[in-house]
Design a binder for this molecule. Structure first.
Ligand SMILES: *Cc1c(COP(=O)(O)O)cnc(C)c1O
Ligand SMILES: [Zn+2]
Length: 401
């Protein structure tokens, strides 16, 4: 039987307790297993394929929207530009609602149903809201999405289009994570928030897939855009489980990237602190990674210290540049999804990453929902009179050809 265990103090809780945080120390829980020679199965359903590594006795394929199984792309041009010979992107924009969140959401929904819930919810103004709305609707569950009252139209539409119950909440949005857990317990709503232990289980399948796609020869580095810390924890947990089970023989080194305008984890890391502090007012275009008080921040710091990881920041200008470069290669990521690419320059020039190292950037979410940051590309488009079509096209050819 799987169980929950506190990431800090090790206290254990039963799997059906529906807890997400330790009742003693308040830190996040994770799922622990007694693995009995698990196997990777042949299936096009993520929860079936990795069922021996996940806590579901009967995964329900009807809940699936086709999450996971995303490509690992070699970035040849970008690699050459940066002098990196083995640069890869794990393209999580290919998920059903265009971000990695779908992996964790299906795990959360399966868990909620297995635990007897008929209602689910989440707190999110971005991709997680869209993901839970879509999967909740698919599962036929009453689905509540709590968004910030200042949410823009461009952001709320991709959530509300799925037909979930969307509520704009005024007041301290940061405290809503904890308040939703409390109200959920009171009303019997399973809140699958950013670092819910079952989300971590979903994110670990990113690591599993990377291992398989690299023929179980793990990369030297894995770079992850990080906000709450849930996805990072899951990816690390996946590599650790495969290593402990002998499927790979070593771990990659892990790099957390945050936006300079909201970097509570990178700041605490730089200052050698054991706990994060509330960052104040986030100011970055990378909204997907702008949680000023990440609920798994302390656990991310513990992991970085334990595994000799690194945390660093990139600014908005670097992020937009990375978005445009990545689009040329050809993944259209949202700002938050492109931050690993933005970090490469510094990592290479400081000699942290060697030119021959194998590097996997996790590209967490797609750009189509967030067109604003790269609107400059539209300025390069010229308008011509109908009659000048031929000359316009030939003039656009590189000279000499
Ligand atoms: C949610 C999200 C992140 C941050 O993931 P955490 O698990 O909160 O650290 C990064 N990028 C994108 C695109 C996201 O949607
Ligand atoms: Zn604890």
């Amino acid at each position: 039987m799987p169980r929950f265990e506190c990431t800090k103090c090790g206290k254990e809780f039963p799997f059906d307790s529906a807890l997400t945080r330790c009742t003693s120390c308040g830190e996040p829980l994770e799922v622990k297993y007694e693995f009995a020679s698990p196997e990777i199965h042949k299936s096009e359903f993520l929860l079936e394929k990795y069922r021996d590594f996940l806590p579901f006795s009967r995964p329900n394929k009807a809940l699936s929207l086709g999450e996971g199984f995303t490509p690992l792309l070699r970035l040849k041009k970008l690699g050459e530009m940066l002098g990196l010979h083995n640069l890869y992107a794990k393209n999580e924009t290919m998920n059903p609602t265009w971000s990695f969140k779908d992996r964790g959401t299906i795990c959360g929904i399966q868990y909620a149903l297995d635990s007897g819930y008929s209602e689910v919810g989440t707190v999110s103004t971005g991709n997680m809201g869209a993901s839970v709305a879509a999967y909740g609707s698919r599962a036929g569950m009453r689905t509540h999405i709590l968004v910030s009252s200042s949410i823009e139209l461009e952001k709320v539409i991709p959530i509300s289009v799925y037909g979930a119950h969307v509520v704009k909440v005024e007041g301290d949005y940061g405290k809503l994570y904890y308040e939703s857990l409390r109200v959920g317990e009171e009303l019997g709503i399973c809140f699958i928030n950013s670092d819910h232990p079952l989300r971590i289980e979903g994110s670990k399948t990113i690591a599993f897939e990377i291992c398989e796609q690299m023929s179980f020869e793990p990369p030297d580095w894995v770079i992850v855009p990080t906000s709450s810390g849930g996805n990072f924890r899951g990816i690390v947990k996946g590599f650790i489980e495969f290593r402990d089970l002998g499927l790979i023989d070593r771990l990659p080194r892990f790099i957390v990237v945050q936006a300079a305008g909201c970097c509570p984890i990178a700041q605490a890391f730089r200052e050698g602190k054991e706990e994060i502090r509330h960052f104040g007012r986030p100011k970055t275009i990378a909204h997907g990674i702008s949680n000023p008080y990440p609920p798994s921040g302390n656990e991310v710091l513990r992991i970085l210290r334990r595994l000799h990881g690194i945390a660093l920041t990139v600014n908005d200008e670097e992020i937009i540049k990375a978005q445009l470069l990545l689009a040329r290669e050809v993944i259209f990521a949202q700002p938050a999804g492109a931050v690993p690419i933005a970090a490469l320059d510094e990592l290479v020039s400081k000699g942290i990453i060697d030119r021959n190292d194998t590097v996997v950037c996790v590209i967490t979410g797609a750009g189509l929902k967030y067109l604003h940051s790269v609107r400059q590309v539209s300025h390069e488009i010229t308008t011509i009179p109908f009659e000048q079509l031929s000359s316009a096209l030939s003039n656009a050819r590189p000279s000499g050809s």
